[in-house]
Design a protein around this ligand. Structure first.
Ligand SMILES: Nc1ncnc2c1ncn2[C@@H]1O[C@H](COP(=O)(O)OP(=O)(O)OP(=O)(O)O)[C@@H](O)[C@H]1O
Length: 275
């Protein structure tokens, strides 16, 4: 894919310090402590209702924790951090059907970025997701996978330092999901952005991750942080045949089923899988 020359700032890091969230009588998150290292892909998995979306909303400044704090590059967040962009599961609700692709992608830039720069960023972002030439289409003229690429392009056009994705591929078919996983890894490497993804798909969690944060059921805590040492670039067939992949996949699954004890932690409190 073509090299992009646009200036980029360094990827951001996150620290989650003793985050809890109580909704009325529901204690959704008990206490979450975790790190999201700069320039890596961190994946959150956990049982349904564990508070994953709640946690992403807190990280994104869309909700506040009951206790605890989020540090974005070492500073406590107040509102939506500059440099954070989000991609949601449901592209049909996040894209505006009455706007052409170029206007959807330009939408977050409509204030504060002048027209020529906006245009340049839109074309660059569409090229990054393999949608060059599609800028005049409407979302409803595209497949689900293409629409999710538009949603990713919209996030990239903001030049994020942290890309937060909530179940981004849950609404597309398996083949498209695999393509979008590879696209995400390729973009993450090329643009050197920090990525934080929530997924229900265990294979996807291992395939994408440098780190997997496994949450317990609600009221949730961190069960284990798994360090995935699989080589990059990853390959949908070869990587998934590697013993490290098979081991990590089984371990995450057992943790989620409550059938495994967290494996012995290394000194920095993470587990290096398969090494
Ligand atoms: N705005 C809200 N008001 C009240 N309760 C809420 C609110 N948002 C979430 N909850 C509750 O908090 C808990 C965690 O919800 P959340 O959607 O964050 O979980 P999740 O892990 O993302 O779930 P899933 O995997 O099923 O998407 C649930 O019990 C949910 O009902």
């Amino acid at each position: 894919m073509t090299e992009h020359t646009t200036e980029r700032t360094a990827p951001a890091s996150l620290e989650l310090e003793a985050i809890s969230k109580v909704y009325g009588v529901t204690r959704a998150i008990d206490e979450i402590n975790a790190q999201v290292p700069a320039g890596e892909v961190t994946v959150i998995v956990g049982p349904s209702g564990a508070g994953k979306t709640t946690l992403l909303r807190i990280i994104s400044g869309l909700d506040t924790p009951t206790t605890g704090r989020v540090l974005f590059d070492g500073s406590p967040i107040k509102g939506v951090p500059d440099g954070l962009a989000m991609v949601f599961q449901d592209y049909s609700r996040s894209l505006f059907p009455w706007m052409r692709v170029e206007d959807n992608v330009a939408f977050p830039l409509r204030r504060g970025v002048e027209k020529a720069e906006r245009r340049r960023r839109v074309l660059e972002a569409l090229q990054a997701v393999g949608l060059e030439g599609k800028e005049r289409l409407y979302p409803w003229q595209m497949s689900g996978g293409m629409q999710q690429r538009v949603a990713i392009a919209r996030a990239l056009a903001c030049h994020p330092r942290l890309l937060v994705m909530d179940e981004p591929y849950a609404s597309v078919d398996a083949q498209t999901r695999a393509e979008l996983e590879d696209l995400l890894l390729e973009i993450q490497t090329r643009l050197n952005v920090t990525v934080l993804v929530v997924t229900h798909d265990i294979d996807e969690s291992v395939y994408l991750a440098d780190n997997i944060i496994v949450m317990s059921k609600a009221p949730s805590t961190v069960q284990e942080v798994i360090r995935v040492g699989l080589a990059r670039p990853r390959d949908q067939i070869a990587t998934k045949e590697e013993p490290e992949f098979v081991h990590a996949r089984a371990h995450v699954l057992r943790l989620l089923r409550g059938e495994a004890e967290p494996e012995a932690a290394t000194p920095d409190d993470t587990l290096e899988v398969g090494v």
